[in-house]
Design a protein. Sequence first.
Length: 544
Amino acid sequence: MPVGMLKQLHTRLLYILTRCTRLSVLDKSIVVAEDVVDISSSGHFVSFVETTIHEPLLVPCRVCEQDINSFRVKGHSVICTIASSCDQKGMTVNERFSKIAETLEFMIETPAPTPTSLILTSTKPVDLVLSHNVHLSEPLDRQQIVELADIARRLQCVESVDHCHNCLEELEEVIENRVYDDLTVDTFGASIKKLIREKRRQLEQLSNSKIHPPNTTIDGDRISIDDFNVIKPISRGAFGRVFLARKLTTGDIFAIKVLRKKNVIRKNAIHSIQTERDILTIVDNPFVVRLFYSFTSRENLYLVMEYLNEGDLYSLLRNLGCLDEDSARTYIAEVVLALDYLHSLNVVHRDLKPDNLLIAHDGHIKLTDFGLSKVGIIDRFATRHDYCPNLPTTSSFEKDKPQPFALENQQERSKKRRVVGTPDYMAPEILLGKEHGATADWWSLGVILFELIVGVPPFNAERPKMIFDNILGRNISWPKIPEQMSYEAWDLIDKLLTIDPNQRLGAGGAAEVKGHPFFDGINWDTLYTQEVQSDHKVVANNYS
């Protein structure tokens, strides 16, 4: 056996033994085998730890389509989505190397944020990765990622096949010599390896033709619309259309939102698309819709989302009129969990409404549409039923540009504030153009709960101005208590619809909302596994 392999194996075994020792300290009931793996001078195994080895269950990642251990697929998919965002059409190979290096360097330099405040500031997507339990925790992680970033930087300047080969060998050594499996190193290492091969092909072609390397993009095996079979259009939105499509290699069904670039620019929606893409790239929660791919062509932006064919809460209400309190309680509890998760990432939705609460195939809620429009409240109100919110609008990272989420950045604050959101569900602080945070979402939750039980929003009126007046004056036509609404529901709504955001229920965090008596009987830990009433799913499906 080569000396290099022996050294790697020896290092690996030392790590395993160290971990076993730590486990034995934590749990005395664990019986540690006395036989220790050792290597003789001849390079053969002398003894072996006797244990039952089970073949790991491999499942394909829906982003990179590689087989991943089922225990690691969640963490891998988060990192894989971040890595794939560095590999966009319209970028040269060198630009993609630069993007990967920039992302890795940011992960090294930025400490994991803590949600000390739910008032948001400008945040880069990698911040959310680091706060998503995928942050770096040991020095060796950082050292390996430093090496990956350095390789990516050097590859920008490589102009020979031999240098590419040398970088590839160096990359493989970094990956193979890790003491333990690391998702970030594995995933970004695979992305760099793919780009090295792509650049090597490019350089070989250029060498054969004896011309200077042109500054063009080689698509290689990156995802494109050609990888999908478009089945049929689903709906038309403000910036484009949504299509049902099947991925050719896997047969998976997706919903693809096709956005016309000229429409996005004309309607000044670039920032909205960027914000939502940055959020959905890293979220991993059963109550939030998932983004799988995003890419561009000369004329369009493509957003590939999970396909949810059961409609939304707006369709459900339009058909049923209103819901019983038990059903409303379940739906609202799921929204609470979604908001709790998003707020922990310092993300404020700002446009919560029944239209943006999609119903999955199992009947559970999925929150969508994080691209809050900035075109003006009247325009948003006028197009509420024309715009299909089934799929978010997103875009890729921008170099050296912070990504605002809930609040305008410093440059925008100097401009005239715009009112954003849908009138019926808008918190008064948003309506007044004031700075706002997570409590704005809790206000919207109170409006939605009222509508689910009563059938109409509490501040509903014929014209937007009248809705504004009702919100600011807190003019609510309450139903009869307890005949038409329970006292617990009334009390929860009343506290969520408090004008002062500092006094509003939820100002101290989601735990305040979860602890309200209205949710007595809700098991927050098992809510997602509970079965949803089938009649609701059928009704919603008719309007998908």
